[in-house]
Ligand binder design. Structure first.
Ligand code: GLS
Length: 836
């Protein structure tokens, strides 16, 4: 876009340096030199991995200057910096996105082509960084892209896990977990900064010294070295390169004196280093379940303490008194995992800066803001007081003081209301409630979709909202259109640009202009071709990887996300079983051919979710091998779902399955990615689905099922009776029975757990209750699909109205409403950005 053929505009001008262009010739020469210098060998003789590494190294050379310029500009202008603390950043591969954002994609493609290579092949060499689980981590990565692309001085603070979430393999239909050794071949995007390492302290005890002023002396602690690795975050062709700082735990062994001839001291030192490094070894394998392990608590403190120390060190070098801190620094806490930012900042201000409690508290609250990402009770973190005190003795004392301070202020508003105060306290019944700490210590608390925020305000956090209503606000999630359209669906991106021009990449609201082309035959024809091309690409992958042939003229219907009871993969399965039964009864049944695509990981200890994977695969075996249904339906479970696989599945999908039990899915972001790529949603009125419906209008989405209000009303009334529903619906009864009656050959009692949860355990997630309405919704969907022009109009409407689900929109809202970064304090003002 806007690139002259044969040249790449390297957007350094916006960061204040001279405009520089890299031609194809230059690129080729630089690349050859790079390979030779790195490997002492010619391009013809090195492996694909070497070629990939050399390319990354070259791109890093190219971005070094604007990175430096961006940092200098931030220092010079003194603009307020935002730090987004998150225990996960699910980045996806970076080569493609960095080239694209630098405006070097075409140049690189052409240069490599002329050297007899293919950029796509090299992009696939890259491992997906194992730094996140699911929605929460991927959202953080979208936000990094948007912050840089908006020219916002916003940086990420995260962990550099040695091993990611497991690699999933399907063996005999079951999920098997293998280590995700994503760093095995190195990670060439980050820069290790040992000189900026800091020490983080654990354990020991606190001595109180009082001579006029109380002092807290932390003694006998263990020190862990936190070493930062900086990853450049490239803005879209605006010269902004922000930083994602990832922390790694290391032991400082140089102080250990080994006994002569090796001996036990050295051995102990090595053992010690292993325990220290454990801290950043693993990414915890779930994002929506609380893991009450000491190591997790240590990990959280490690991130927070290292991150804050480095922010303050940097702040001191460039600024004045810490009283100004909230005007210069905003710290955002992504879910409760980094909530220890609050007591840690207090610790630094009190113990190291000697500020008074009032001063330190005010600075902290003004600096911190918090996003809640789930209302699942099992995800709300609490820590046993004893464990907390042992691991973090000084932080514990500070949390106790915060608790006292907060409870005192509650008492002033609700004198004598002990019950309420104990419900809202940060420490109660010997546990520390992290969400309560977050609400007390932040000036802003937001949910991630309107419904979710309403539930927070009126139910989960109602008492907190009554106490401080001004803190609560909504920021509906968004995703970056650069990765989720331009990069993963270049054919669609080209069609959009050909139709409405290129501005949508930076101004996604302009996608609305597509609305008037939705009924245009030529446009529809192109759209169909794009979809087909993407289906062919996915079918090729499925054939190569799984040996299954897909009918590219069938409806591609996808449910890709973590496997979780509330996300109701089981509902999808039961519906496919019913469709299969109908086809068996009447092989001439006139239905559109369907390909049902599943992907997702189940947490290692989540047995029923793991069994759901086996259930899907058992269904796939049955259906895909039954000649009598003449390929009218196919079911595939795609192994090891990750960002890269999503980039292949989403552009090829016609129908987006967003079917959680209403009230459970805080927002969802997959729903937005599918919509941007022209898939039609079949969904419940939950999370951001509701806003998607508002945006596209009810003709362009198929909704079904209980509303959140109805679900919550059932819970209040003690649930519902699934037997009634089961007895009253023949088709449903048949599929539920088939879970245990030998329908799945050789399954025996394998799916008894599913059967029991539906009938004997009250069907907590309303699968049976929503079944009939889900089935009816699918019939409507098939009818619409049969009328192809209407269908394509629906697809276009989805793309056209997806602009408001861009993370650019979300982050502009965070910036103005929460961090108070006004455009004139941005390094690149709004008017400056327009003229670029
Ligand atoms: C999650 C929610 O479950 C999703 O609905 C949401 O879209 C995402 C990002 O806000 O956060 N919370 C969580 O713990 N994992 C998620 O994916």
């Amino acid at each position: 876009i806007g690139v002259k053929p044969g040249t790449g505009v390297f957007g350094a001008a916006q960061a204040g340096t001279a405009d520089s262009e890299i031609t194809v010739e230059q690129f080729k020469q630089d690349y050859r030199n790079k390979v030779e210098r790195m490997y002492g060998d010619g391009l013809e003789r090195v492996s694909d991995l070497d070629k990939y590494n050399a390319l990354v190294s070259l791109v890093r050379d190219y971005l070094a200057e604007p990175w430096l310029n961006t940092k200098e500009k931030y220092r010079r202008t003194g603009s307020k910096q935002v730090y987004y603390f998150s225990i996960e950043f699910l980045l996806g591969r970076l080569l493609g996105s960095n080239l694209y954002n630098l405006g070097l994609n075409e140049v690189c493609q052409q240069a490599l082509g002329e050297l007899g290579m293919d950029l796509r092949t090299l992009r696939q060499v890259e491992e997906d960084p194992g730094l996140g689980n699911g929605g929460l981590g991927r959202l953080a990565a979208c936000y990094l892209d948007s912050m840089a692309s908006l020219g916002l001085p916003g940086h990420g603070m995260g962990m550099r896990y040695r091993y990611g979430l497991f690699e999933q393999r399907i063996v005999d239909g079951y999920q098997r977990e293998y280590a995700d050794d994503w760093l095995m071949d190195g990670f060439y995007w980050d820069v290790r900064k040992p000189a900026e390492a800091v020490e983080v302290r654990f354990g020991g005890n606190v001595r109180i010294k009082s001579n006029g002023k109380t002092q807290y002396i932390h003694e006998g602690y263990e020190t862990v070295l936190a070493v930062p690795y900086d990853v450049p975050v490239v803005g879209y062709r605006n010269g902004t390169i922000n930083t994602l700082r990832l922390w790694s735990a290391e032991a400082r062994l140089s102080e250990v004196v080994c006994a002569p001839q090796g001996g036990s001291d050295c051995q102990k030192a090595v053992e010690y280093s292993q325990t220290v490094e454990e801290l950043s070894n693993i990414l915890y394998p779930d994002d929506s379940t609380y893991e009450g392990k000491a190591l997790r608590l240590k990990q959280q403190y490690f991130l927070v303490s290292a991150g804050l120390q480095s922010i303050i060190r940097n702040y001191r070098e460039n600024n004045g008194h810490l009283r100004e801190f909230p005007h210069k620094i905003a710290i955002h806490i992504n879910d409760t995992h980094p909530v220890l930012c609050i007591p840690e900042l207090l610790r630094i201000l009190l113990d190291e800066e000697q500020l008074t409690w009032e001063e330190a508290w005010n600075i902290t609250v003004q600096t911190m803001s918090y996003t809640n990402h789930t209302i699942l009770p099992e995800a709300l973190e609490t820590w046993p007081e004893d464990l907390f005190r042992t691991v973090l003795p000084r932080i514990y004392l500070i949390v106790r003081d915060i608790n006292e301070y907060y409870c005192r202020s509650l008492w002033e508003t609700y004198p004598g209301d002990w019950d309420r105060i104990s419900r809202m306290a940060i420490i109660s019944y010997n546990r520390i409630h992290m969400a309560h700490l977050a609400i007390a210590g932040c000036h802003s608390v937001n949910g991630v979709a309107e419904l979710h925020t309403d539930i927070l305000k009126n139910k989960i956090m109602k008492e907190f909202c009554d106490f401080s209503p001004a803190k609560f606000n909504n920021k509906t999630n968004g995703v970056t259109q650069r990765r989720w359209v331009s990069l993963c669906n270049p054919a669609l991106a080209q069609l959009i640009t050909d139709t409405i021009g290129p501005r949508w990449v930076e101004h996604p609201q302009e996608l609305a202009q597509l609305e008037r082309h939705g009924a245009d035959t030529a446009f529809q024809h192109h759209l169909l071709r794009v979809k087909l091309q993407n289906k062919v690409a996915l079918a090729k992958y499925v054939k190569e990887k799984h040996g299954i042939t897909l009918d590219v003229n069938s409806i591609f219907d996808s449910q890709i996300k973590r496997i979780h009871a509330y996300k109701r993969q089981t509902l999808n399965v039961l519906h496919i079983m019913a469709l299969y039964n109908r086809l068996k009864e009447n092989p001439l049944l006139d239905i559109e051919p369907h390909t049902f695509i599943f992907g997702g990981k189940a947490a290692v200890n989540y047995h029923i979710a793991k069994n759901t994977i086996k259930l899907i695969n058992s269904l796939a075996d049955l259906v895909n091998n039954d000649k009598s249904i003449r390929d009218k339906i196919k079911v595939v479970f795609l192994e090891n779902y990750n960002v890269s696989l999503a980039e292949l599945i989403i552009p090829a999908t016609d129908v987006s399955e967003q079917i959680p039990t209403a009230s459970y899915e805080a927002s969802g972001t997959g729903n937005m990615k599918f919509m941007m790529n022209g898939a039609v949603t079949i969904g419940t009125l939950d999370g951001a689905n509701i806003e998607i419906k508002q945006a596209v209008g009810e003709d362009n989405i198929i909704v079904f099922g209980l509303t959140a209000e109805e679900v919550l009303a059932y819970y209040r009334g003690g649930g519902y009776n699934p037997w009634e529903v089961y007895q009253g619906n023949e088709r449903l009864k048949q599929v539920v029975d088939q879970l245990i009656n030998g329908f799945f050959p050789g399954a025996g009692d394998l799916f008894r757990g599913h059967f029991d949860s539906l009938l004997y355990q009250g069907d907590h997630f309303f699968v049976l209750k929503d079944f009939a309405s889900y089935e009816a919704a699918h019939r409507v969907l098939d009818e619409r699909y049969k009328d192809r022009p209407t269908w394509l109009k629906m697809c276009s409407a989805n793309i056209a109205h997806s602009g408001r689900f861009s993370s650019d929109r979300t982050f502009a809202e965070y910036a103005t409403d929460i961090w108070h970064i006004r455009p004139d304090t941005l390094p690149f003002s709004a008017s400056e950005k327009q003229t670029r």
